[in-house]
Design a protein around this ligand. Structure first.
Ligand code: ADP
Ligand code: MG
Length: 237
């Protein structure tokens, strides 16, 4: 579904992502882990079009998307969440999600956006009524809202950035189960970024590890967790 080759991002003289290549197969959950500052969000920003790669190729369903505008990439079927949720506080929960559906599906149909919002909110377990406001949501609620907004855009590939940040242990388990349910029930392929291994390792099919912008390990969770290079990086943090 996704083939990334030789991806590079430089900010001035600093190389945030250095020659990273990987593939994502249809229907899998790929975990992408690495310490803070290792380049995870920068990769997501290039996959979703908010950053233009310095070099490299991103093939999605056989089409080159590197450097394409974010709305084109969303319309082609890549949805994302943001590490730091920034909902519109003057809109209701429903309106926030329907808005994402309206622009993200490209059809600009109010009725379709509303339907997509209802389905997405039900999927993540947020109220589907039209009145509930955003301000009552805690950390877990805001993460669910991020997921619902991404789902409302109708993605084939979902990029989930740090879905566990700020959650307690029980909420982390719930969030992990939710990502698996999104894959199992909706058939959506997922790349899931976290800086800690923890609960991610029990849900992903494969995992890839970044350090200082470079891929240092990739494979089954059990193999990666016992890779000396990975252990070294995680002991150092
Ligand atoms: P991660 O998501 O793995 O924590 P990021 O991808 O956000 O890491 O950042 C990787 C590195 O690139 C960090 O050192 C960060 O400071 C740097 N970086 C990210 N975005 C920019 C930017 N727009 N300008 C300059 N440096 C950036
Ligand atoms: Mg990040």
């Amino acid at each position: 579904m996704l083939t990334v080759e030789g991806l590079v991002k430089r900010f001035g003289g600093f190389t945030a992502v250095n020659n990273v290549s990987f593939r994502v197969e249809q229907g899998e959950i790929l975990g992408l882990i690495g310490p803070n500052g290792s380049g995870k969000s920068t990769i997501f920003n290039m996959l979703s079009g908010t950053l233009i790669p310095t070099a490299g190729s991103i093939l999605f369903d056989g089409a080159e998307i590197a450097g394409k505008a974010p709305h084109r990439i969303i319309n082609s079927g890549i949805g994302r969440t943001f590490q730091i949720p920034r909902p519109f506080h003057r809109l209701t929960i429903f309106e926030n999600v329907a808005l994402a559906g309206y622009y993200g599906q490209g059809s600009h149909s109010r009725a379709r956006a509303d339907e997509a919002a209802e389905r997405a909110l039900a999927m993540v377990g947020l109220p589907t009524n039209r009145h509930a406001g955003v301000d009552g949501l805690g950390a877990a609620g805001l993460k669910k809202l991020e997921l619902a907004k991404a789902l409302a855009t109708g993605p084939k590939l979902l990029l989930a950035d740090e879905s566990l940040g700020g959650l307690d242990e029980h909420e982390m388990d719930q969030a992990a189960d939710m990502l698996r349910k999104i894959r199992d029930e909706l058939g959506i392929t997922i790349i899931w970024v976290e800086h800690i291994m923890g609960v991610l390792m029990r849900v992903v099919d494969r995992v890839m590890v970044l350090d200082h912008g470079e891929k240092i390990s990739e494979g089954l969770p059990s193999a990666v967790a016992s890779d000396p290079r990975v252990i070294e990086v995680y002991l150092g943090t």
